[in-house]
Design a protein around this ligand. Structure first.
Ligand code: NAD
Length: 488
């Protein structure tokens, strides 16, 4: 393959405050999914690279944990200002390597910045409790202390935001960090860490390596790594959770999803349709919160599907960097083939395509495009009803009652996110209470908790105890200690 993009570069590691370009490593390439152009070559870290990064992080930890928290967060304040200044630049890199639209990339960067903003509050968030005279002359208090080197392993679909679910909280708590982002989209996290370097973080506190399974395995087995945060697909999340836990590490592993959108016949249909379009086809369906199964209840199907099909057919698919484009390409050609395979399977298994994405791709484009697809009359046994597709494919499963909808949702092995659309408080309350899902939207199609709330699913969508960001992140990245004192 030859370089076709003038900005092609070899992506570097960031270890102990230095940018390093290792030689002789295996590696991969980063392709602009909208054009097919080669953007960069990525070297994959081997065990020695990981050992070097972890040891640098450990050495830095011995000093960083002694830095007062009020000083630690000063770096994050400076970093936030740099992120604000470079939002558009970071969003451009994101769109170029991931494919999501320019507006969507800016929103993602904004969400990432919010993580930093919340982590800036660590002096308050890390406070413990205290009570004097728990017995005569005996005082008791809890303190939170950092745990050491933390590792983060992240997916391709949110390369700006998901790493920031992790490391701003971890380092503000006094830990140091080694990030291994998705090898498919290494440029966005690299740019984000370049800005962090500019903000003046001491060497070794944050380290960045690239790579695939061998790099991850080296992190999971390294004795100096004390905690592992993972976000990605369910099979890998299960593997990360069991392997790291067996090594005695603290783990949070967020996995895949199959999210249901319930629509009652009393819903505001035009607004509901806009929310469904955004949920199912935003970011080309490559979101863990994407609506994948649409469940019209009772008489909702008729008016809902008429509007939805009309709106879906009018969606503009193209290069996300271009103005007016509403849906970009899929991240890689392999992923595009996989999602197209699900569309073929849906047809073969008897689902009725109301919109067939294969006939709705932009003409003359070289990228990995697949238009939005809606299947009607999908049944429980069909592959498209059961498996995570992670693309712009929406399966319609009609049910008669809200009880039927709840039963359908609760039999899924996943429990990441869901939504109900209704004007009835009673239906909304009942659904929110009885569904076995971690994140619920009421007339909200993408129920993404803000940085100050916890983020994670249930069942096969999450392995661990403490969720991502919010107060859970503070608990995850600290060890709690109880001190009882008596003075004679
Ligand atoms: P993925 O599981 O393929 O990869 C995630 C990370 O794991 C990458 O850094 C990758 O290098 C590494 N990895 C891949 N295979 C591995 C293996 N066998 N052993 C060790 N490490 C391995 O996921 P992806 O395709 O990058 O991202 C999409 C998936 O992430 C979807 O399933 C989506 O639902 C999920 N996701 C979940 C959430 C959530 O909050 N639950 C958020 C975003 C994405």
């Amino acid at each position: 393959m030859t370089a076709t993009d003038p900005t092609i570069s070899l992506v570097s590691f960031y270890i102990n405050g230095n940018w390093e370009r290792p030689v002789g490593r295996t590696g991969g390439t980063v392709i602009n999914p909208a054009t097919g152009a080669l953007l960069a070559e990525v070297p994959y870290a081997d065990e020695s690279d990981i050992d070097k990064a972890v040891r640098a992080a450990h050495e830095a930890f011995l000093k960083w944990r002694e830095v007062p928290v009020v000083e630690r967060v000063q770096v994050l304040y400076r970093y936030k200002a740099l992120l604000d200044k470079h939002t558009a630049d970071l969003a451009n890199v994101l769109t170029r390597e991931n494919g999501k639209t320019a507006d969507d990339s800016k929103l993602e960067v904004r969400r990432a910045i919010q993580m930093v903003e919340v982590a800036c509050g660590m002096p308050s968030l890390m406070m413990g409790d205290s009570l004097n005279d728990v017995a005569a002359g005996l005082d008791c208090k809890t303190i939170r202390q950092p745990i050491g080197v933390c590792a983060g392993i992240t997916p391709f679909n949110f390369p700006a935001m998901v790493p920031m679910w992790m490391w701003p909280f971890a380092i503000a708590c006094g830990n140091t960090f080694v990030l291994k982002p998705s090898e498919k989209v290494p440029l966005t996290p690299t740019f984000a860490i370049q800005l962090l370097h500019q903000a003046g973080l001491p060497p070794g506190v944050m380290n960045l390596v690239h790579g695939a399974k061998p790099a991850v395995d080296a992190l999971l087995h390294h004795p100096l790594v004390k905690a592992v945060s993972f976000v990605g697909s369910t099979p890998v999340a299960k593997y990360i959770y069991s392997t790291a836990a067996a090594e005695g590490k603290r783990v949070q592993a967020l996995g895949g999803a199959k999210n249901h959108l319930i629509v009652m016949d009393d819903a505001d249909m035009p607004k509901t349709v806009e929310a469904i379009i955004s949920s199912a086809f935003g970011a080309a369906g490559e979101r863990c919160l994407a609506g994948s199964v649409l469940v019209p209840v009772g008489d909702a199907a008729g008016p809902l599907l008429d509007l939805l099909v009309e709106r879906t057919k009018a969606l503009t698919v193209g290069n996300g960097a271009e103005a007016g484009v509403e849906m970009g390409p899929l991240v890689t050609s392999d992923h595009c083939k996989k999602v197209t395979g699900y569309v073929e399977k849906g047809v073969a298994e008897g689902a009725v395509p109301l919109v067939d994405g294969r006939q709705h791709t932009p003409a003359g484009k070289k990228g990995h495009f697949l238009g939005p697809t809606i299947f009607d009359h999908v049944t429980k046994d069909m592959t498209i009803a059961r498996e995570e597709i992670f693309g712009p494919v929406l399966s319609v499963m009609r049910v008669k009652t809200l009880d039927d909808a709840i039963a359908l949702v609760n039999q899924s092995p996943y429990g990441n996110a869901t939504a109900i659309f209704t004007s009835s408080g009673k239906s909304a309350r009942e659904y929110s209470s009885r569904c076995e899902v971690g994140m619920v939207g009421v007339n909200v199609g993408v129920a993404a908790p803000m940085a100050f709330f916890p983020f994670a699913g249930w069942k096969n969508s999450f392995f661990g105890d403490l969720h991502a960001h919010g107060k859970d992140a503070v608990a995850f990245y600290t060890e709690q200690k109880v001190i009882m004192s008596r003075w004679f």
